[in-house]
Design a protein. Structure first.
Length: 275
């Protein structure tokens, strides 16, 4: 999908991966970072847009990475990126025009120089966020492994049958309809359980049953899980990740858990590629 023209993509435009969830703190930024660097490790050209310009966690990571590259003189890849901050204009029409122009301007500069464009969204329901959801080729919604997160999509009864679709579920379906009206194709919606631990097996079974029924009702797919691992957060301030050479660059000794972390991200990328 070409964002600036609103028409189906030409062959040389990037695939747009959007990290979205109306609920905060589910791992959007963490997954945006790791998908970006995982795709890069596979030899893809990647670029990023941080649409959460107020917090700017994705941009800060990428800035930290540029600083690390400069100071360490290590030849690490620093992807091109833009930060889009929401307009503060009090007039709604002008505010949306300004938001659109800032977003479209960033996309225009990146969509022809990357194979994948990764968009990190803020939580909440904003004009920019809906626009980005509607422009996805792949929408990834990270959810923590519990009903507090799963219920963002909808409610289930005691047999886990879907009773009600909640605002974020409707929000995505609205964006999908809007997108289908533009290019007739829509986007693929992937649900990713993030911060999954090995504890609480009985609870997990219930959560999985609810999630599976909600996914079916919403036309979403459940992708592979991402575990709760310190390595997914401990290198943030350096702008590095488990995909960088750990011992040499960071003083962090590579462990079996790091290999598992890399594999989880690569499995997710493989799943994305298969869609
Ligand atoms: N797989 C993981 N393992 C360990 N920690 C994680 C993992 N995923 C996320 N975290 C941590 O959880 C917290 C929330 O993650 P993150 O900021 O990525 O969520 P978010 O959805 O982008 O939040 P927001 O809605 O505020 O933008 C952060 O402290 C992050 O380091
Ligand atoms: Mg975030």
């Amino acid at each position: 999908m070409s964002i600036t023209s609103g028409k189906p993509a030409e062959n040389n435009t990037s695939k747009v991966i959007v990290l979205g969830n109306e609920k905060g703190g589910t791992g959007k930024t963490t997954l945006a970072i790791h998908l970006l660097l995982g795709l890069q490790a596979k030899g893809m050209r990647v670029a990023a847009i941080d649409l959460d310009g107020r917090v700017a966690g994705f941009s800060k990571f990428l800035k930290n990475r540029e600083i690390w590259a400069q100071n360490s003189r290590q030849n690490i890849y620093t992807p091109p990126y833009f930060t889009v901050s929401p307009s503060q204009n009090k007039d709604t029409v002008l505010r949306e025009q300004e938001d659109f122009a800032a977003f479209a301007g960033a996309v225009e500069k990146l969509e022809h120089i990357s194979d994948y464009l990764i968009l990190d969204l803020p939580s909440g329901d904003t004009y920019l966020s809906r626009l980005a959801h509607s422009m996805a080729d792949i929408l990834i919604t990270p959810l923590n492994d519990g009903f507090l997160d799963v219920n963002v999509l909808g409610d289930v009864d005691e047999d886990f049958a879907v009773r009600h679709i909640n605002p974020y579920g409707k929000y995505v379906l609205d964006c999908l309809t809007r997108r289908k009206n533009i290019d007739g194709k829509g986007f693929t919606w992937l649900l990713v359980k993030n911060r999954v631990s090995s504890l609480g097996a009985k609870h997990k079974i219930k959560v999985d049953m609810a999630l599976s029924n909600l996914a079916q009702k919403l036309g979403a797919k459940i992708a592979s899980n991402i575990g709760d691992r310190v390595i997914f957060r401990e290198l943030y301030a350096m702008g590095l990740s488990v995909f960088d050479v750990l011992d040499k660059q960071t003083g962090v000794k590579a462990t079996a858990s790091h290999n598992e972390a890399k594999k989880e991200v690569m499995d997710l990328i493989e799943y994305i590629d298969s869609k």
